[in-house]
Design a protein around this ligand. Structure first.
Ligand code: WTA
Length: 637
């Protein structure tokens, strides 16, 4: 543990924040000096937000897998790095010490190398939550390949688009994945995704569910067979490749306000330092503690707070394959008791779904090991905040509400557990190094108490560097709304003390159960159904998911007398094109969409109707056909 930069008092927090603003280069170079470098950097920071071009620790050479593994071997080689809990509570879990994890990562790096993977190649990873997923990430990093993890809930079509966008040449997958009562045939989905693909050369398949799979000669190989070859060769070490600070470490696709998902690109050194610094400071991790982040590694939270943050800090990270409600709603609590979990980091949607079962599943579970609770992914409502704090934390654990994004690489605004005060439904204060500002619609920076759009005016090490294959898109999406500012896409409120409350997206992006889904992407998928003329999607408040998906659809196909059947067909179309996570909750058939004379859909009205309003819809006079509003209201679901 690098207590040297672990903040331990409110005064230290203030000091660090001040120093990070006054002399960011000195501040970050002191922190960076605690990592393992193959060559020290020449310059700490070089940046401009116009291009944008952001470079941290240029000239430095390192490998993140070495920082996550090798450098801990002497001090804590036999201590657990990863604890793994299977989907089925009857299946034994696994423990991998730092020595064992290092060994397995080296073995798998050999497998990658033997199969032709080289520095800079894009490797798509589509596996469930098993230790091999973490091993695959670290082995890619070790060999200098850029990983692109795709969440198991995405469809073959969505995978195909991502493979093509990244020109991926390798895939690491499994026969299947267990999640709750279901198993998902991952390899079969990959086979479909590869039908029209011409970049992928090899698919490495891990055995997990024993689901029958087709193995194509010359393309598909079994993980276990490949490992046997490395064993036969005497398990040689695999020296970590020397990477530049700014070499891309991974791509992670995320939805935005246009139809096409974008590949957010993260760097090596800056991302590593940010994941590590935020992990140690927000959760106040202490040696020997067990950190349980319930996210999926298919999302950024899993990248930063199951793998890179904890492992770079020499921590013990618990990884869980299943879901909170299977075999019953006591599963999380059982795991916390079994592994004496100290830090629990989960999403509001999980808390709300467990709240629905009341406190019965918590009865008889010993949660006394818990010391810190965390929340991420969406605004946490006060009711869920209090329930989590009271029923799970027994009013004894600080609760950190952590605001951040795929693009930020790690936590940006959050209280620090036990160090800075928490406040229900408020993310509170920015971390050192995070220079937040609030702007109004015109881009004017607001002072003091304010409400507006959340922007960031100075680079931090973990920020995205580009969007894969299309740098102009990165500029357009994040740096063009307001000159010289990174625009988050979120709205916020700031109080007189400088605390922030995040109020949600101000662009056309929904947050459904903590998953980001762009309405344009959803509309494209719905419009792909042969009978759909046009559609518009908005979010509406949903008790468990936070936001639900409400689709207004102009339908002109057959079966128009069987509305429910058509709804199912549309849902199926969305499932095929994006994945089951994006299926609409409500589909209302409409004769038209409320458009202005210039043809722009007035989403504000659609949102109000979806939220259940029948009056106060705002100004409707600019609509081409104001009478449509009554028709929409009457048909509201
Ligand atoms: C939302 C997840 C309120 C926000 C790490 C952001 C939050 C988007 C919080 C990023 C929070 C995340 N309070 N809103 N504590 N955390 N968000 O990229 O709208 O999957 O822009 O990253 O989630 O989602 P992403």
């Amino acid at each position: 543990m690098h207590q040297a930069y672990q903040i331990s008092s409110y005064a230290q927090y203030q000091e660090a924040r001040q120093k990070s603003v006054e002399n960011p280069e000195l501040f970050w170079s002191e922190i960076a000096s605690h990592f393992q470098w193959k060559r020290k950097w020449d310059t700490v920071l070089d940046w401009n937000f116009q291009e944008p071009s952001v470079k941290w620790f240029e000239g430095g050479k390192l490998n993140i897998s070495e920082n996550c593994l090798d450098r801990h071997l002497e001090t804590r080689g036999n201590e657990p790095a990863l604890l793994w809990e299977a989907n089925d509570p009857k299946e034994p879990g696994r423990v991998l010490s730092y020595n064992e994890l290092h060994f397995k990562v080296c073995q798998f790096a050999h497998v990658l190398h033997a199969n032709g993977v080289r520095k800079g190649d894009r490797v798509c990873i589509y596996i469930g939550m098993v230790p091999e997923l973490a091993i695959a990430l670290l082995a890619c990093a070790r060999i200098g390949a850029i990983h692109s993890v795709i969440f198991g809930g995405f469809s073959a079509r969505a995978i195909a688009d991502r493979l093509e966008d990244a020109s991926a040449t390798f895939i690491i997958t499994a026969d299947g994945a267990f999640r709750g009562a279901k198993d998902f045939p991952l390899k079969a989905i990959i086979d479909d995704a590869l039908e029209a693909n011409n970049t992928v050369q090899k698919v490495i398949v891990l055995e997990r569910t024993k689901t029958p799979v087709s193995m194509i000669a010359g393309r598909d190989v079994w993980w276990e067979d490949e490992i046997s070859k490395v064993v036969a060769a005497g398990n040689p070490d695999f020296p970590a490749l020397e990477m530049d600070s700014e070499d891309p470490l991974f791509i992670l696709y995320t939805s935005g306000s246009t139809g096409k998902p974008k590949g957010v690109v993260h760097s090596t050194a800056g991302y590593m330092i940010w994941a590590n610094y935020t992990f140690l400071n927000v959760f106040q991790y202490k040696a020997g503690q067990v950190h349980f982040c319930t996210a999926d590694i298919g999302w950024i939270t899993g990248h930063s707070y199951i793998v890179y943050g904890p492992l770079s800090a020499g921590a013990c990270s618990l990884m869980f394959e299943g879901i909170p409600t299977w075999p019953d709603a006591g599963r999380f609590w059982e795991i916390c008791e079994k592994h004496s979990v100290n830090i629990l980091y989960t999403a509001p949607t999980a808390i709300r779904s467990l709240m629905a079962f009341d406190t019965k599943p918590l009865e008889g579970k010993n949660l006394s090991s818990l010391q810190v609770l965390g929340s991420v992914g969406e605004p946490i409502n006060e009711e869920a905040w209090h329930w989590y704090s009271r029923e799970v934390g027994k009013d004894l654990c600080p609760l950190v509400d952590t605001w951040w994004q795929t693009e930020t690489g790690g936590i940006m605004i959050s209280n620090l557990a036990g160090i800075t005060p928490s406040r229900p439904a408020w993310a509170t204060l920015p971390l050192p190094g995070v220079q937040v500002c609030v702007v109004n619609e015109q881009g004017k920076e607001l002072e003091g108490e304010a409400s507006g759009n959340l922007c960031i005016k100075f680079p931090w090490p973990g920020m995205l560097r580009s969007t894969w294959g299309d740098h102009a898109r990165c500029r357009q999406t994040y740096f063009s709304a307001y000159p010289d500012l990174y625009f988050t896409g979120d709205g916020c409120i700031r109080d007189a003390e400088g605390n922030y409350r995040i109020t949600g997206r101000v662009d056309d992006v929904l947050n459904v159960s903590g998953h980001r889904i762009g309405t344009a992407e959803l509309e494209n998928a719905i419009n792909a159904h042969s009978g759909v003329v046009e559609s518009a999607v908005v979010g509406y408040p949903h008790d468990i998911k936070g936001q639900g998906i409400y689709a207004y659809v102009i339908y002109n196909g057959n079966h128009s007398d069987e509305e429910d059947r058509v709804r199912k067909d549309i849902s199926m179309t969305v499932s095929k094109l994006i994945g089951a996570i994006a299926r609409p909750d409500k589909i209302q058939f409409v004769p038209g969409l409320p458009k202005t004379r210039s043809g722009k859909i007035m989403r504000r009205i659609l949102r109000k109707i979806a939220e259940g309003y029948t009056s106060n819809l705002g100004d409707t006079s600019t609509l081409l056909d104001p009478t449509l509003v009554d028709v929409l209201k009457e048909g509201a679901l």
